[in-house]
Design a protein around this ligand. Structure first.
Ligand SMILES: Cc1cc2nc3c(=O)[nH]c(=O)nc-3n(C[C@H](O)[C@H](O)[C@H](O)COP(=O)(O)O)c2cc1C
Ligand code: SF4
Ligand code: SF4
Length: 288
């Protein structure tokens, strides 16, 4: 279990609890501060410590770069390698609306991502009406719930295996504890599958063209970086993508053709909180 500490500088603002994807933090009335009540669920993303305005949080094993005095200026003027580190998965959005023009500006630059055979078969579908987002949220919820039940039912599991293959079902079964968690009342109340974002973007690609799905994924990530450049936040929507593989309603809302799949999806909006520190990260590299 990751050790998380909160110093007495905590002002009980609750920002850490708001951004934590695993609902680790809760207010402790006696201590008059927020404390990690479910550290066993921590995924070591560092969001809590990065948004804490008084630098009260430490997360075992996570190193951060220094606090900036003028964060906005620092991000705007940062050299590219430092700027890249300031992109985070945003799960809480401000009330500030995102216009159609702003979304188009972000997605137009996704066209410059690499694309297998330069086929350019990715198309984006944007959902930015409150009613449709609410409808989609319910549909994702319904389908994740059905998946959860099916994975635990012998006959339904066999049906899933024949439709999606044994490997997919084995991978989904590993998700069972997480599925249980995201179906809990607490998670639905505080986080939601579509994160309450003002817009979501689905990248649609044919599933019968070599690397078309990879190309769409690259286009999405390019769009997410461009969004960050324009001070917008984004977050990959894995649960939405899983649900879209089952739901006829989602397929119809996105006007999916028979040979098309949701190859990527992300939420988009202005971040509610400032990230005041960069996490220090490394992937292993071997020269062979
Ligand atoms: C394939 C994939 C699926 C993801 N699905 C979700 C999701 O459904 N909900 C969510 O809040 N974050 C999702 N994320 C975001 C990750 O949780 C996030 O990238 C990770 O915790 C690291 O945090 P950072 O992006 O802020 O550095 C997903 C990321 C990837 C790459
Ligand atoms: S973000 Fe910092 S100050 Fe705010 S509740 Fe959490 S630990 Fe306390
Ligand atoms: S590191 Fe991430 S998952 Fe862990 S408590 Fe902080 S915000 Fe939550």
């Amino acid at each position: 279990m990751v050790e998380i500490t909160v110093s007495d500088d905590c002002t009980a603002c609750g920002f850490c609890a708001e951004v934590c994807p695993s609902l680790v933090f809760a207010e402790d009335a006696e201590a008059n501060k927020f404390l990690p009540k479910a550290a066993n669920r921590c995924i070591a993303c560092g969001h809590c410590a990065a948004v804490c305005p008084v630098d009260a949080i430490t997360v075992e094993g996570i190193e951060f770069s220094k606090l900036a005095d003028d964060l906005k200026a620092q991000i705007a003027d940062a050299p590219f390698p430092d700027w890249l580190k300031t992109r985070r998965s945003i799960r809480k959005y401000s009330e500030k609306p995102v216009s159609r023009q702003e979304i188009e500006r972000v997605l137009s630059l996704a066209a410059f991502a690499p694309d297998a055979h330069n086929l350019r078969r990715t198309r984006f579908v944007v959902v930015n009406s409150k009613n449709q987002l609410a409808e989609l949220e319910i549909e994702v919820q319904k389908n994740i719930e059905t998946l959860f039940k099916s994975l635990r039912d012998k006959d339904k599991k066999a049906e899933l295996q024949s439709r999606f293959g044994e490997k997919a079902v084995r991978i989904w079964r590993k998700l069972l504890p997480e599925l249980r968690f995201v179906l809990s009342d607490a998670w639905r109340e505080k986080i939601k599958f579509l994160l309450g974002a003002p817009a979501i973007v689905a990248a649609i690609a044919p599933d019968d063209e070599l690397y078309a799905v990879s190309s769409a994924e690259l286009a999405c990530y390019q769009a997410m970086l461009v969004a960050h450049y324009y001070n917008l936040g984004s977050c990959w929507l894995g649960f939405f993508m899983i649900a879209s593989a089952f739901s006829e309603k989602i397929a119809s809302m996105l006007s999916l053709e028979n040979n098309e799949t949701v190859a990527g999806a992300f939420a988009l909006g202005y971040p509610k909180y400032e990230y005041r520190k960069n996490i220090v990260r490394k992937l292993p590299i071997n020269f062979i």
